[in-house]
Ligand binder design. Structure first.
Ligand SMILES: [Zn+2]
Length: 183
């Protein structure tokens, strides 16, 4: 998730972790495929450590709020998010599950994988969520609660792991429907 309306996508990224967007048909397939759970052994592998570093680097470099592994072409249930959302701290979230949520809020969102949108989609999400996940060190986080923007980012990135894009949940935006029909 990013907070800018447009993202610079012409810059060259390492091919191994190329950003997936909805600009080309093949990339849509990547973004729509659900991601697989990550085992502790897998989390500790050098491949996964490299992936996590690539996610952190991308979000840091491009000023985002979060990013899911699938956006770099890896179908593992991992994402990184700024938490608190306006801080420099990047939390690594593995195998996330939302157990319950309360309240609703509607707010505009951005996404690295949906650049050049004609309008910022307004997305309705739960305003407080109770979640479990595994952290970067493989420690199970059995009781965690997120509110406000932290809850929004968590839901946005978890959607990516299920092949869901924010545009599937939009509640409007001028010119948006016509743009959406193009993919
Ligand atoms: Zn996104």
């Amino acid at each position: 998730m990013n907070e800018k309306e447009t993202v610079e996508t012409t810059e060259t990224e390492p091919e191994k972790f190329r950003l997936r967007t909805i600009i080309s048909d093949s990339d849509v397939g990547d973004l729509r495929k659900p991601s697989d759970p990550v085992s502790l052994t897998e989390l500790n592998s050098s491949d996964t450590k490299e992936l996590i570093q690539a996610l952190k680097d991308y979000v840091t470099k491009h000023g985002g709020l979060g990013m899911a592994a699938v956006q770099l072409g890896v179908h593992k249930r991992i994402f990184v998010m700024r938490r608190p959302f306006n801080s420099g701290n990047l939390s690594v979230i593995v195998n996330p599950v939302i157990h319950r949520g309360t309240g609703h809020a509607v707010k505009g969102e951005g996404c690295f994988s949906l650049p050049n949108m004609p309008a910022t989609p307004m997305v309705k999400r739960m305003s407080m969520i109770h979640v479990t996940y595994m952290d970067e060190n493989g420690v199970e986080q059995a009781q965690d609660m997120l509110v406000g923007m932290d809850a929004r980012i968590f839901q946005h990135e978890l959607d990516h792991l299920n092949g869901v894009l924010m545009t599937d949940k939009k509640s409007g935006g001028r010119g948006f429907q016509q743009w959406k029909r193009s993919f």
